[in-house]
Design a protein around this ligand. Structure first.
Ligand SMILES: Cc1cc2nc3c(=O)[nH]c(=O)nc-3n(C[C@H](O)[C@H](O)[C@H](O)COP(=O)(O)O)c2cc1C
Length: 392
């Protein structure tokens, strides 16, 4: 992927004991345009019942190390997941950090600490106190102007925490079991952030229904806002959204068995690719608006995921507030080289609008969302004005 030109890679989620992870075959099913029985057209949706990595942690860590050696200037992010057990989380973070996956970040953090030390010795005692109180992990935050200078364009490597795998071992209180329960999430994020020396992103599950909370513009319904807020308040530097949506892909009308079919049986899985994009847009927009209104937008990062197939899809995620985007199924369908098309399309969009940086248009489209009440009032008012603009 690095050879093809991807800006970063988030590796398959790892846990301490891969022997507990048993993957089945087949574990994918495709939804094509055209109904069941009719002529099948393009793939529009994808379902997987794949668990996290079933390869030994040692093997994965060895490969991370090798990648870091071969591509020292590239971003490699480790995705991690563990049971509801503080010691297990701490051990996993420790082992991943030791591989050098996070070497650059620690390296730059040390440089920052040196700079801080120099800076603080030249300061008055009272001025120095707040600086010295800052926990070391915060030094790695992009918000920090010192760090900003160092990490801008270099190897800044967070951990991504998988709180979101929909079919992955919730009985072991892993993945979605944490992401769906704000109390658990708060506690587990607390353990992780106390241990990690690098920035942490919490990956959110869309499989929640929270109708108890309403956002500023009235449609924070069934959204990820609450867990995203909890993660950021518990010390995470960013969130990524969305993971796959819980789904049943369909029934084969000849055999009457569900898909994907393992010895005649199936289990609900995670839905991804083009069909989930509008749902991901809504979730990402809600989180972006919450970060903008409740946190210092510049201090936190939002990674938009779900159904990106073209560079124009990526542009839409950015217009809705994403700092970065991730592609998963799109790569499985089109191959690693697809990044070239994605970049060309995103650049084409930026050229059309004379945007030279992502920040030039990040969150630009927020301003065009409002409530339905405002829409209907605006429409009524425009009907009574003599110079109404008609769209054709
Ligand atoms: C086959 C497959 C395996 C996945 N494995 C993981 C995983 O190990 N960890 C994780 O956080 N997300 C995993 N995901 C979720 C994706 O990273 C992504 O959040 C989701 O598929 C939506 O994006 P997409 O439409 O670009 O695929 C997986 C998705 C697929 C399709």
């Amino acid at each position: 992927m690095f050879d093809e030109g991807w800006g970063g890679v988030i590796a398959k989620t790892v846990s301490l004991d891969a022997s507990k992870v048993i993957n089945v075959t087949p574990r994918y099913a495709r939804l094509r345009a055209g109904s069941n029985g009719a002529a099948k057209k393009d793939v529009i949706g994808w379902q997987n019942i794949e668990l996290i990595s079933d390869r030994p942690l040692e093997t994965m860590l060895k490969e991370f190390k090798q990648l870091k050696k071969e591509y020292p200037d590239r971003i490699l992010i480790a995705s991690i997941m563990e049971e509801y057990n503080q010691t297990a989380w701490e051990e996993l973070i420790d082992r991943v950090e030791q591989t050098g996956v996070v070497w650059s970040c620690l390296h730059y953090k040390r440089e920052v600490e040196d700079m801080r030390e120099k800076q603080s010795t030249q300061m008055e005692e009272e001025e120095r106190k707040p600086l010295l109180k800052i926990p070391s992990k915060v030094l790695a935050r992009r918000s920090d102007p010192l760090v900003n200078g160092l990490v801008n364009g270099v190897n800044w490597m967070p951990l991504e925490i998988n709180f979101s795998c929909p079919h992955g071992m919730p009985e072991r209180r892993m993945g979605v079991a944490d992401g769906q329960d704000c109390k658990l999430l708060d506690e587990v994020c607390g353990w992780i952030n106390a241990k990690a020396t690098v920035p942490v992103w919490a990956k959110m599950t869309p499989n929640i229904t929270d109708i108890t909370e309403f956002g500023a513009i009235g449609f924070e319904l069934a959204s990820l806002v609450k867990p995203a807020r909890v993660s950021l308040k518990s010390g995470c530097e960013g969130v990524s959204a969305i993971n796959t949506i819980m789904s049943v892909m369909g029934i084969d009308l000849k055999t009457l068995h569900p898909e994907p079919c393992v010895e005649g049986y199936s289990t609900p899985g995670g839905y991804s690719y083009n069909a989930v994009r509008p749902i991901a847009f809504a979730k990402v927009m809600n989180i972006a608006q919450m970060i903008k209104s409740e946190f210092n937008d510049k201090d936190y990062s939002l990674s938009g995921i779900g159904g990106i197939e073209t560079g124009y899809d990526a542009a839409e995620f950015i217009l809705l507030g994403s700092n970065t985007v991730q592609v998963c199924t799109g790569v499985m369908v089109h191959g690693y080289g697809h990044v070239k098309t994605l970049c060309a399309e995103l650049q084409d969009f930026m050229k059309q609008h004379n945007f030279s940086t992502i920040e030039d248009f990040r969150g630009h489209s927020f301003q065009y969302f409002t409530t339905h009440t405002v829409l209907s009032t605006t429409e009524r008012e425009s009907e009574t004005t003599p110079f109404r603009i008609h769209s054709t």
